[in-house]
Structures are given as C-alpha cells and as structure tokens.
Design a protein around this ligand. Structure first.
Ligand SMILES: NC(=O)c1ccc[n+]([C@@H]2O[C@H](COP(=O)([O-])OP(=O)(O)OC[C@H]3O[C@@H](n4cnc5c(N)ncnc54)[C@H](O)[C@@H]3O)[C@@H](O)[C@H]2O)c1
Length: 344
C-alpha cells in the first residue's frame, strides 16, 4: 500500500469504547483519519460527527463497509453484532479491528476467523491490556527468563462499579465480558495455554446480577499446559476504584505490577498513611494501551504483517470463559477440551 497516504477508518458504534478509538485515530495517531462513523443511536452519532468533523455519519454500518474509500473498520458495537460485521467487512476487503469478545458462539468465531483468513485482511481483536506498558514489562521479564520457570500467576481484576442491566443482558456475563481480559492476560503473561479452570462465583454485590443469570464476584483457578497454576480474583464493585494488579512468581524470582494512581504522593498524619486511590476505570487506567494497540494495528496494515492479537486469541479466551461459566454452574473443574474439540 501507498505509505504516504492517510489510512481511512470507519468506526462502528460510538459508545464508551468507540469514542476512545475515535479520539486516538483522529487526534493522537498521525497519518490516519476517521472518515465515517455508524451508530443506531442518532443523537450520539451526530454529536460525535460534529465534535470530530466527520462528514459520513450513518445509522446503517453497511454503508461504511460499501464505501470503497475506507481501508479499515473498528467495530465497537455490542458483542452480539461483532461476528456478522467482521465477516461482512472482511468480504468487502476491509481490514478489521474488533472489540472483545469476538462472539459468544464458538462456531461463529471459528467461521469468522476463516472468513478473515480467506479474505486476506488484517484482523485484530481488542485485547488492549497486552499493550499496557506495565503489563508489557511483566511479559518481557517473564519471557526473558528473569524469574526462571513461571510457577504461579495472580491476577486481581475488580471494577469500580457494575455496568447497567441493559448492558449486562447482552454482554455474555462476567466471564465472557469482563474476565475475558484476564483470561487473555493469563495466556499472554504465562506464554502457555490454559488447560483447565475451576471457578467459584457468587452474587455478593447486587441481586440484579441474579436476574441476569450472572455472578458479580468470582475466584478462578487456572491450570496451564506447563504445569503452572494461577488465580484470577474478580469483583464487579471495588469501592476504592479500579483494582488491576498482576504477579508472576517463578523459580528465580517474582515480577509484579501495582495499581496506577493519578499521582504517587503519600501523606501521613495522626490517623495513618494516605495516598491516592487507583485510577477510576478502564478509560483512565488503560488510556495508553488503547493508543498502542491501534498503533500496532496500523503498523500491521502498513507493513503487511499479521496482528499480534489474532482471531485465535479471541477464540481461546472465549473457550476459557465458557469453561469458567460451566465450572461455576456445576461446581467442578472443567477442562477446555470439554468445551472445544481442539483436534478440529
Ligand atoms: N477493550 C475494552 O477495554 C472494552 C471496554 C468497553 C467495552 N468493550 C467492548 O466494546 C463493545 C461495546 O461496548 P461499549 O461499552 O462501548 O458499549 P456502549 O453501549 O457504550 O456502545 C455501543 C454503541 O453501539 C451502538 N450500536 C448498537 N447496535 C449497533 C449497530 N448495529 N450498528 C452500529 N452501532 C450500534 C449503540 O447505540 C452504542 O452507541 C462490547 O463488545 C464490549 O465488550 C471493550
């Protein structure tokens, strides 16, 4: 492709995450433009179009896919729309960045991967945490062998507040919407596949989760192919903010990441020692990672390389999520091979 030419993007869905990607593409990454946006919610669509001076703002995303000017689409609509939009975009020759999860059906994800491969377009899944500078440092430390053989992984991942009920109902539940990031981080940081999970989940925050057939608090034990073990500790509500910590312990040492705070002052008085609370939520905590994952996607398009976060990563995280859900419901360890035929 012509490397001097601006890449033209269409963003589908201009809600919470769509706005983050639009801001990065329009203002923070040079050499790109957001040529078109789509959203079924007309008011918000027009607000965003005005704010970023985007001339093509449509309710039907297919108009974006049919626009020959567009090089790539960024899919930020609700999860139940993803696989269809990915497939239609790929068939139309668009490179695709899609938010997690790819879909809630393994058959649909497998088909989606095949369609993107057959169409020879770039397909990257939005596992942004891999691009967080802190977690990337953990990855590099483990990968370089500096902690020896990884033995134990500990992930703490707690949201500051639950999402609205409408979102919950179509999100796929805690394991496929929220913990899915942690499942991806587990595979990434340990450089090993998960083979079994054992999850205990409860409704301890808000009975509304019960209505949605979901849990709001869970502990998951992971077993990795290498023999290592891990835990993921989730809550939908940490009253002190967005609690995002990671630790990998190995035969030669340990590497850990604390929460990010707006500043690092420490104040002491008669009552005790005080410091800032963690950054409030994903929009603040993972700002840098959203920028870096989009830069990586653009590099892949410009230099004709495969994205480092693939459709297969999207598939595996959903398989782990489904195993966790089943484990929680049946109160027993579940092997991933019970969920998906890996010989396929
Ligand atoms: N990577 C992350 O950190 C992260 C964070 C939040 C959300 N997400 C994912 O992004 C997706 C969107 O989440 P959100 O929190 O931004 O939701 P949201 O509800 O804030 O935004 C979704 C937008 O899509 C629009 N929409 C619905 N159907 C559409 C269609 N057919 N065509 C075009 N637009 C449509 C809605 O009107 C809404 O404006 C979900 O799949 C979610 O899992 C990822």
């Amino acid at each position: 492709m012509d490397k001097t030419k601006n890449l033209k993007f269409g963003v589908i869905g201009v809600g919470r995450i769509g706005k983050i990607h639009i801001e990065n593409l329009a203002h923070r990454i040079p050499g790109n433009e957001v040529t078109a946006i789509a959203d079924v919610f007309e008011d918000e669509l027009q607000n965003v179009a005005r704010q970023y001076n985007i001339s093509m703002a449509v309710q039907d995303y297919k108009e974006i896919i049919e626009n020959p000017e567009i090089d790539a689409v960024v899919i930020c609509s609700p999860t139940d729309t993803h696989s269809q939009i990915i497939q239609q975009s790929a068939i139309a020759g668009k490179n695709v960045f899609c938010e997690k999860p790819v879909d809630l059906s393994l058959e649909k994800i497998a088909k989606t991967i095949k369609v993107t491969e057959d169409a020879c377009v770039k397909f990257q899944v939005g596992f942004n945490r891999r691009f967080d500078p802190n977690f990337f440092q953990v990855y590099k430390t483990v990968k370089a062998g500096k902690i020896g053989k990884p033995q134990v992984l500990k992930i703490t991942s707690r949201d500051p507040a639950p999402p609205p009920l409408d979102y919950l109902k179509i999100s796929g539940g805690m394991f496929l919407d929220m913990t899915i990031h942690d499942f991806d981080m587990a595979r990434y940081l340990m450089d090993s596949e998960v083979v079994e999970v054992y999850t205990s989940g409860k409704v301890l925050v808000d009975p509304v989760f019960e209505q949605a057939g979901d849990v709001d608090t869970a502990i998951t034990i992971l077993k990795f192919e290498t023999g290592a073990i891990g835990t993921i500790d989730n809550s939908r509500q940490a009253v002190y903010g967005y609690d995002q910590r990671v630790e990998v312990f190995g035969s030669e040492g340990m590497v850990t990441v604390k929460n990010n705070t707006p500043d690092n002052h420490i104040y002491l008085n008669r009552e005790g020692t005080h410091s800032a609370l963690p950054l409030n939520f994903f929009m603040d905590r993972y700002t840098e990672s959203y920028l870096k994952e989009m830069e990586a996607f653009i590099d892949c398009i410009r230099n004709d390389q495969l994205p480092s976060v693939s459709g297969r990563d999207g598939l595996l995280s959903v398989i782990i999520g489904m195993a966790a859900k089943q484990s929680c419901q049946e109160n027993r360890p579940v092997k991933l091979s019970e969920i998906y035929d890996f010989k396929n």
